[in-house]
Design a protein. Sequence first.
Length: 217
Amino acid sequence: MFCNKCGCELTTDSEFCNKCGAPVERFADEPEMTLEESITFAEKFKARYLSVEKLAREVADNEATIARPVRQTTGQYSFFRFFWKYLIFAAVSFFVCDILALIFSFTEGGLYFFFAMMFISPIAVLIIGGIRASKRRDEENEAIYRGNERALTQRKELIEKTASLKKDLAARKRSLEKDEYQIPTSLRKSSSMTQIITLLRSGKASNLTDAYRILGK
């Protein structure tokens, strides 16, 4: 016999539980389970315990994740980070045009053309580079913002999901507590039910009570 409140093992003449003091409910008309009934009983509770244990692990993992600070990228990219290479391109184009102007200085047209390009090409490179650097900076900073927003949204969704899982877990535990009075407290887990099923299937235990006695030694 076991206490229907705390699962403590009782003697046949117990009127109250020695552990929690709850009155003993007797089921005189309830016959001893057969081997097949004992196996079915153990398999049913194994599945229920596995469900609760899995849910409890998921809740614990989620709470551990929530406890960690949200990883967010701080700071933003500057314009110069993407513009500096165009300064180099502009300087190179200036010196290239300068060298070409010297090479073609013997022709009046070539001299004037490359002399003009010495100023036009760097300015064009800087204008194009400024536009492209500004666009790239905005794109990268927008990606940082979206990433931070996504991290906060995922955290919020995880908090809501965990709250729902905790309610489900509490409901499953309450349901178990109503039905597991026939199981000793120390055996209220899936691994113990697996041991009981093994004992019953192997013939080492003839019924549920016999399996309890073996595991209790």
